[in-house]
Design a protein around this ligand. Structure first.
Ligand code: ADP
Ligand code: MG
Length: 439
């Protein structure tokens, strides 16, 4: 979620509008120490160090700021100014309140609906309106960057807005495993269970990262059942449908399939244009039609990239003024697509492969020769060869006592396995897609 930075972008937008009317000295005096804190639904929270400055900001500038916000969002937005250490209380209250990660903008209002996501959106909205009663669990799947996390968190925000006392928990698939393993090591299993078993809403993002061993799935199965029986709502996202999650225990698969399964697909041209426009408006830009069309026609696979291009354009605007044209867009697209061509690091490949086999990454890099370790090591070498530009010798350097010829023979072995052994070819495919979801 690190790439969601609309809070800062919006604050910058407000500052630049304010500076059109205020002198540089006034800007510096009142706003140089202000930081934006949160933007949720219809409320912007900012912070200033002193009570005195808060009073001035509230008396002299609040109306103006609200007017700018109103223009940006097309509706009334409340302004809350925190002073001094009120910020600490605010942050703690927020965490305790929601159990959701800090998010700005992942709301239903900000979600553009089109044929590709209409069903998932309607299902998410229905779940937010009547949690625990109609579609339970709701399972949303689709490729990366198509709005799964956005919908998941919009459900959380919407329920929280209506019922601030509702207890929620959010985690990504692999965090569950990590936390569980840690709790076993530290003897805090009971706290770990409490954290997830007594909530009204459980949001699980990227469940594909739940790995096949060490009782993780079993623990999750019990958590799931406990919540389900208590009438709590469960929402799960994944990059593939339950049927294609090959290492998933059957009983979990059938639980996932017992609710509603909804997919998000690539948006069509019209939806891409609408998303481009919406993202630009959120960032305080009004893009000409030919620019919007160019973006929508050229960025087809991933909404995250559309957002990236629009953000890049905000940066250009500082230099180009309002003359954002198709040439500028071409440049922005080049930057974003280049960044978007993801090449995983050897570390990520080793970590993901190890995790899949419930091994320690150090075992893969080392000399151990047990059957599983050897296979996992060979697969990781094969993946390094196919997903990166590393030479055989470079790959060998990642492991203890391997040179280019041992690497080559490992890769050959895996290639043969992939042709002859369905289980191994599925494993390689699963790990590849886990690696790519790390992007
Ligand atoms: P996923 O979880 O499927 O990988 P995200 O939910 O993180 O994707 O979406 C990637 C980015 O694209 C987010 O910033 C999200 O707000 C945005 N996005 C995706 N779909 C839409 C949509 N239909 N309308 C508006 N923004 C969207
Ligand atoms: Mg996501």
């Amino acid at each position: 979620m690190a790439d969601i930075n609309s809070l800062n972008d919006i604050w910058q937008q407000i500052l630049s509008s304010l500076s059109e009317e205020l002198t540089p000295t006034a800007m510096k005096t009142w706003f140089s120490e202000v930081t934006p804190v949160a933007l949720t639904g219809d409320r912007l929270v900012i912070h200033t160090p002193t009570e005195f400055k808060r009073n001035i900001i509230e008396q002299r500038f609040a109306d103006k700021i609200k007017a700018i916000l109103g223009e940006l969002f097309g509706g009334a937005v409340e302004l809350v100014v925190l002073a001094g250490d009120e910020i600490t209380d605010f942050k703690t209250a927020q965490e305790v309140d929601t159990g959701l990660p800090e998010i700005a903008g992942y709301t239903f209002d900000n979600f553009v609906v089109g044929p590709s996501n209409k069903f998932a959106h309607a299902a998410a909205q229905a779940v937010a309106d009547k949690p625990g009663s109609i579609y339970n669990p709701l399972f949303i799947y689709g490729n990366s960057g198509l709005g799964k996390t956005h919908l998941l968190l919009a459900i959380g925000q919407s329920i929280h807005a209506r019922d601030p006392a509702a207890k929620m928990a959010y985690f990504k698939g692999d965090e569950f495993a990590n936390q569980m393993i840690r709790s076993i090591r530290e003897g805090t299993q009971e706290e770990f269970r409490q954290k997830y078993r007594y909530v009204d809403l459980l949001l699980v993002d990227d469940i594909q990262f739940i790995s096949g061993k060490m009782g993780v799935q079993e623990e999750f199965f019990h958590t799931f059942n406990a919540l389900y029986e208590a009438g709590s709502q469960i929402v799960i996202t994944s990059d593939r449908p339950p049927l294609e999650m090959l290492k998933l225990e059957d009983r979990l698969r059938s639980r996932f399939e017992s609710g509603l399964i909804a997919d998000v697909q690539q948006p069509n041209l019209e939806t891409r244009a609408a998303i481009t426009r919406a993202k630009a408006i959120q960032l305080g830009m009004n893009l000409p039609d030919d620019v919007v069309d160019y973006i929508a026609e050229n960025i087809t696979a991933n909404v995250r990239q559309i957002e990236g291009v629009v953000k890049r354009l905000t940066a250009y605007r500082a230099i180009l003024g309002d003359n954002i044209d198709v040439e500028a867009v071409k440049r922005a697209i080049k930057d974003v697509i280049r960044v978007g061509t993801y090449i995983p690091t050897p570390d990520v490949i080793i970590t993901e492969t190890a995790r899949y086999f419930s091994l320690d990454p150090a075992e893969l890099r080392g000399q151990r020769r047990s059957k599983t370790t050897a296979l996992a090591r060979q697969i990781s070498m094969y993946l390094m060869r196919s997903l990166t530009n590393l030479s055989l010798a470079d790959i060998g350097d990642q492991y203890e006592g391997r040179n280019h010829s041992t690497v080559l023979s490992s890769i050959r072995k895996v290639e043969n396995f992939i042709r002859s052994n369905k289980d191994i070819s599925n494993t390689v495919r699963d790990i590849t897609s886990n690696i790519n979801s790390r992007n």
